[in-house]
Design a protein around this ligand. Structure first.
Ligand SMILES: *[C@@H]1O[C@H](CO)[C@@H](O)[C@H](O)[C@H]1NC(C)=O
Length: 258
């Protein structure tokens, strides 16, 4: 199975598995429409990879850099900033192509380790009330288990257009202990690495399991602490731990800044 298919399934399965009997499709596991433009750092990534097109989330960390997951790499990436309804041409939107993508040099497709990527934009975004960057955590900061954070995204790929929301959706999720993603040899979390990953989403709260898009931010307070990365069909899911990568992010941005 290709990685893209795996990712598509990772994103879609929680919906299929956890939708409680009798609930309405519009109430999908606790996700709700975000207040328009309440998350001005959100980026919608349109990715062309060989003959396939798919989407990822991302987030603006400076005027010309977007952070996302390394598994969102493709042959061509277009970034949309300032969007709420991605299926309309809103005045607030800025469409910018990507000049360079820099996946983490130790990213592993097999284990998803170091699943983080910087995108340098072709031109600087105009920062305004619809488009703004989000703060990153201090290096090595760890979010306490039990913290309630949130994720947001526009759903999964275009092949499932019927179930892809046009408008940005969001949901609250709980940060779990690392032990909630146990590294048992045959278990779903055998590749979990507590230094580079976070375990997020209470298995007892099906409504908190909506995955959002790969590459989108896990926001705790005003800070992007995680990147949506991978997981089994049910929560918890696994996120890239942003605070581990602060030295790499800063060095990379400094190196590429003209
Ligand atoms: C976790 O990831 C780090 C960084 O890539 C790596 O050095 C370390 O060996 C990994 N640990 C395990 C148990 O795989």
């Amino acid at each position: 199975m290709s990685l893209t298919m795996e990712l598509l399934i990772l994103v879609l399965l929680p919906v299929a598995f956890l939708l409680p009997h009798g609930s309405q499709a519009g109430e999908i596991i606790g996700g709700q429409e975000a207040q328009p433009h309440s998350r001005p750092y959100m980026a919608y990534l349109e990715i062309q990879h060989r003959w396939k097109k798919y989407i990822c989330g991302g987030f603006l960390v400076s005027e010309n850099f977007v952070l996302t997951a390394a598994h969102c790499k493709g042959d061509k990436i277009t970034v949309y900033l300032g969007a709420h309804n991605i299926k309309q041409e809103e005045q607030s939107q800025q469409k910018i192509s990507v000049r360079r993508w820099i996946p983490h040099p130790q990213f592993s497709r097999a284990t998803h380790n170091n699943d983080i990527m910087l995108l340098q934009l072709e031109e600087r975004a105009k920062l305004n009330r619809w488009v703004d960057s989000i703060a990153l955590p201090p290096a090595s900061e760890r979010v306490n288990p039990g913290a309630v954070c949130s994720i947001a995204g526009w759903g999964s790929t275009s092949t499932e257009s019927a179930s892809t929301p046009a408008k940005l959706q969001e949901v609250d999720v709980v940060v779990m202990q690392d032990a909630a993603c146990p590294r048992r040899p045959n278990g779903p979390y055998h590749d979990y690495n507590s230094s580079t990953m976070m375990c997020v989403g209470d298995p007892k709260m099906g409504k908190d399991s909506w995955e959002g898009d790969s590459g989108g931010p896990l926001v705790c307070g005003k800070t992007a602490q995680g990147v949506v990365s991978w997981g089994p069909p049910t929560p918890p899911g696994v996120y890239t731990r942003v605070s581990t990568f602060i030295p790499w992010i800063q060095a990379t941005m400094r190196r590429l800044q003209p």
